[in-house]
Design a binder for this molecule. Structure first.
Ligand code: 13P
Ligand code: SF4
Length: 334
């Protein structure tokens, strides 16, 4: 028993190693079989690697994934995304087993808001309501009034009276964009996403010259100079839907490259060019999202590890602003 407990502890701490797998196994078939046997569902974010997207039961943005997690009838949720997303699924489903293929799949944006510091900041502004982007820890959610995602942020902000002072955290770029869209003057926490801050305005401008018919489409986590030159700004679902409906044939895509898989699938005749980063590495791959692999997903489903666990008091407190977001989103048909 002691051996099993220490093996579980080790997997929760260091994760699975891909080398544990017999290379002759058909992972796609095995994952399908395990899903049925265990009544499990795989929820994947658009930034996951293509193989993971292809075995997922639902692929979506942060809002779609939270909505899907809330209504699933599965006994096990395998969350192919990052920690705050799986944690949100657990907050909504305390009785279900929620698994994350690699527990170390974090988020730079979430890390930019440590709860003790944010609590002090909030205490300095007692008359402010706190609207928090879902890319944050349960500790930050528990300190918030309403959660939002990039799909519903504008509507959530507009749901509060125009004269209500608001703290917006943790993404300063999304916050500044929403301030501009709504004419509000929300107080912004100084956080940012390492992937969306890396795009080079100069290189995108040069690409535009080489591809004059291409449109620049950008996620609102990008910095203001990139958003200023964008033809369309939206969440991952917003960007995907835009490329599906648009008559334009070529797009320069300023967000994480994982989304290109679905864009290309829905519009095989269109061209999608990843917006170049400021240096020569593949920095518009999110290193956290890409910690999950098909191999780890298979092992995670097989052994039902690593599992998200949460303190119940924290979970209850963190659920209140998520429920508020889901309620407002449903009112707007989002
Ligand atoms: P959305 O999928 O909600 O657009 O969020 C993007 C993101 O950065 C998730 O980590
Ligand atoms: Fe976090 Fe950015 Fe990665 Fe999304 S893309 S998980 S916001 S670091």
């Amino acid at each position: 028993m002691a051996d099993i407990n220490s093996a579980v502890e080790a997997i929760n701490e260091i994760g699975f190693l891909d080398i544990d797998i017999d290379p002759s196994i058909d992972l796609f078939a095995e994952i399908e079989k395990l899903k049925k046997e265990k009544n499990a569902v795989i929820l994947a974010h658009y930034y996951q690697e293509p193989d993971i997207q292809d075995v997922a039961d639902f692929i979506g943005d942060s809002l779609g994934l939270a909505q899907e997690a809330e209504k699933t009838k599965a006994d096990i949720i395998v969350f192919a995304g990052v920690h705050f997303m799986a944690e949100t699924a657990k907050i909504l489903n305390p009785a279900k087993k929620v698994l994350l293929p690699d527990l170390k799949a974090g988020c730079s944006l979430s890390d930019s808001a440590p709860p003790p510091l944010f609590k002090l900041f909030k205490e300095k502004h007692p008359n402010h309501k706190v609207i928090t982007y879902i890319n944050c820890s349960a500790g930050i959610k528990a300190l918030s009034d309403i959660i939002c995602t990039s799909t519903n942020a504008q509507k959530i902000v507009e749901s509060l009276p125009a004269d209500q002072p608001i703290i917006f955290a943790p993404d300063k770029n999304l916050g500044a964009y929403i301030n501009k869209q709504t004419g509000r003057n929300m107080l912004l926490w100084n956080g940012a996403c390492m992937v969306h801050e890396i795009f080079s305005l100069e290189k995108i401008t040069k690409l535009k010259i080489r591809h004059p018919k291409a449109e620049v489409i950008a996620h609102p986590e990008c910095e203001e100079p990139i958003l200023r030159i964008a033809d369309f700004i939206g969440s991952t679902t917003g960007l995907l839907n835009y490329t599906r409906k648009s008559g334009v044939q070529e797009f320069i895509v300023a967000t994480e490259t994982g989304i290109l898989h679905q864009m290309q699938k829905y519009s095989p005749d269109k061209t999608f060019i990843p917006a170049p980063p400021d240096n020569s590495c593949a920095c518009n791959d999110c290193p956290h999202m890409k910690l999950n692999t098909l191999e780890k997903l298979y092992l995670c489903l097989k052994y039902e590890l690593p599992e998200i666990e949460m303190d119940e008091e924290l979970r209850i407190a963190a659920r209140i602003p998520i429920d508020e977001m889901l309620k407002i989103s449903a009112e707007y048909g989002l």
